[in-house]
Design a protein around this ligand. Structure first.
Ligand SMILES: [Zn+2]
Length: 330
């Protein structure tokens, strides 16, 4: 029996039905209790505690009237340490060249998710990811794919309508398969890409193609990139990864092959690790694996059976480090 990855529950009630009603966003913004999440250039405003939730009375007068505005949802009970339960959150996306914002709180600054994601709490991370996904979509879908005319937001920012032909356009998500490949000897196959530092290893990922199901995509990507044939694939969980708009579908997959062949164009090296080899390689710096905010890390640790220690953490976990064996190439 293959366990699913632990996946975080929603932290916002998105109110999908209400938000599509005309005037809903105005109603929310007319209420003093809502809070504003600010984006600029693909980065969110953070303060000393995490994502900044601005009071509309303080921030509202300074915000440009043409900022793209999106209803993110209402905080669910018990999910949010910084704002009361039931608070409506509204995203404002400023133009990339919005310049200095002297009115923002002194301890606040714009940061990208990849820089701060693993320091955020689960709630802030989830709100950041939703805001990032919908902000990316607005920025890249200002024009109609049918006729090229301008589109304008409706449905509280969850739909854009063409100003000429009236066609409706919704936020896009591109599915991708991300696969932890396990061999017959229970070793894991990790790949190092040409685009990365030579000692960085991760699971193999690739987009699902049009007309393909997720399992077919996973099998094809693994064959193409590391030359291994999968005989079983198990979907174990997913992660929204809006850079710019991916939904990562995580698989544990199995092969009888013992030889991996990197494609030589994207993948530089494909390497098998036993559990002991991987932990030892991470501790001695021979291998750097994906950070803890990623589903890649979750998949690797799913196979491993527990958290993998990073350099510096071993001193506090001597018993775990003690079972690691010297690293080596398979
Ligand atoms: Zn059009």
């Amino acid at each position: 029996m293959i366990q699913a990855l632990p996946t975080p529950a929603a932290v916002l009630e998105r109110n999908c039905e209400q938000r599509s009603e005309t005037g809903y966003l105005d109603k929310v913004q007319g209420s003093p209790g809502h809070r504003i999440v600010l984006f600029r250039g693909g980065r969110a405003l953070l303060d000393g505690t995490g994502l900044a939730y601005l009071d509309p009375a303080a921030a509202g007068p300074h915000l440009p009237s043409d900022a793209v505005t999106v209803y993110l949802g209402r905080t669910l009970p018990g999910t949010h340490p910084q704002v009361p339960d039931g608070t409506d959150l509204v995203l404002k996306v400023l133009a990339d060249d919005a310049g200095d914002l002297p009115w923002v709180p002194r301890d606040a600054s714009f940061s990208g998710y990849r820089d701060v994601g693993d320091t955020l709490g689960a709630t802030d991370a989830a709100v950041f990811i939703e805001a990032q996904a919908v902000a990316n979509w607005h920025v890249s879908h200002r024009f109609c794919p049918r006729c090229g005319a301008r589109t304008v937001p409706e449905h509280s920012g969850w739909m854009r309508r063409c100003t000429v032909d009236g066609s409706e356009h919704f936020p896009r998500t591109d599915p991708a398969a991300i696969v932890a490949v396990v061999g017959g000897d229970d070793r894991i196959l990790l790949a190092s890409n040409f685009a990365w530092d030579a000692n960085r290893y991760s699971t193999v990922a690739g987009f699902i193609e049009a007309g393909e199901n997720a399992e077919q995509g996973a099998i094809r990507e693994i064959a193409e990139e590391v030359g291994v044939h999968l005989h079983a694939t198990h979907y174990v969980g997913s992660q929204a990864w809006p850079f710019p708009r991916s939904l990562m579908l995580g698989f544990l997959a199995y092969t009888h092959d013992t030889v991996a062949v990197p494609d030589g164009t994207e993948v530089r090296e494909a390497r098998w690790f036993s559990r002991g080899e991987l932990q030892a390689a991470v501790l001695n710096g021979e291998a750097v694996i994906s950070r803890r905010l990623s589903i890649a890390r979750a998949l690797i640790e799913h196979w491993y059976g527990s958290a993998i220690l990073e350099p510096g953490e071993a001193l506090d976990h001597e018993e775990a480090a003690g079972h690691a064996t010297p690293g080596g190439r398979a």
